[in-house]
Design a protein. Structure first.
Lengths: 162, 162
DNA sequence: TATTGTTATACTCTATAACTATA
DNA sequence: TATAGTTATAGAGTATAACAATA
């Protein structure tokens, strides 16, 4: 098989595996934590951030969201008591989102089953060297795509008339 | 870095790369062919099938759609003249969807730019052996996920009370 | 003037359930 | 009875544009 055909094969396999894995983990976070996947991702990002806090704009950019989309999800998470939004200390325009104890509890409840599902659906067919190779190549692809796909902030600047 | 951490890294890189690549190609098929990505996928599947035809149920299963979701997309594609639905010859319950000449034209117009976008966003950071490895591992993952995630038909049977 | 965040609004996608028709 | 497909309906997610407030 020539290289071009290999590329197309890899690309479609990637997209389809992505759709299927989405369905799998969507289901898991819904069942085990009553969360949508976008909500799970936001919680996981916050939990990983220093102090469990991030500025709304940075969170939107990091999660590939428009700001309005993030505001929508943040409202749902805040109504559920899983995050809290407060004015930022040094810039009164900004809002800082922080994961709450309840948010961390939910995440702790969901994570084990989540990793189990991913292990079963994804890693069970790979050996250690393949996992290593995937971590390397997919990180490179992700970084490359970040440079190509405009962030929420960049899209907004463009729309404003730049 | 231990293997578990490597796995988590690979998983999140995979999901984020998937989201970003979606944004990139969504945009491309919209601009170049006035298609949504789900519509592009359906056209590409049909174009690849023998005679450019597939039964609706098989198309739904292969594209990870519910049947109603497929009916919706099929109506849009048919209204645009890109596919045509006709009763199946040997089973009057079934409907066969076929890509039209106009559908093939659109696909021919979109594909080069599509592969270009994927090349730039995805393959430009990979060497030949990495592409080869990705094709192998991602195909295995996709096949594994297909066994785990119920198809549209299976989900329907379950809902009916099987 | 530029940036931050929210909201009003509209649109796309998807699914469940109910329905018709055929095997 | 089981399967194929459609439609009515509803809900989630996202984006654009308009807005208010602060830098």
């Amino acid at each position: 098989m020539d290289l071009d055909a290999r590329r197309i094969e890899a690309y479609f396999a990637f997209m389809e595996a992505g759709s299927l894995l989405q369905l799998l983990v969507d289901d898991q976070v819904r069942r085990d934590g009553n969360l949508s996947y976008p909500q799970f991702v936001l919680l996981a990002r916050l939990a990983d951030a220093p102090d469990g806090r991030m500025r709304m704009t940075d969170l939107a950019d990091s999660a590939v969201h428009s700001r309005s989309g993030l505001s929508y999800q943040a409202r749902l998470l805040e109504d559920a008591g899983l995050i809290q939004r407060t004015p930022s200390p040094h810039d009164d325009r900004s809002v800082t989102a922080a994961i709450t104890d309840a948010g961390r509890d939910i995440l702790a409840r969901v994570m084990p089953g989540h990793l189990d599902a991913v292990r079963q659906g994804f890693f069970s067919v790979l050996d250690d060297s393949q996992v290593e190779a995937l971590a390397v190549t997919l990180s490179a692809v992700r970084d490359r795509l970040r440079t190509l796909v405009p962030s929420a902030t960049q899209r907004r600047r463009k729309a404003a008339g730049g």
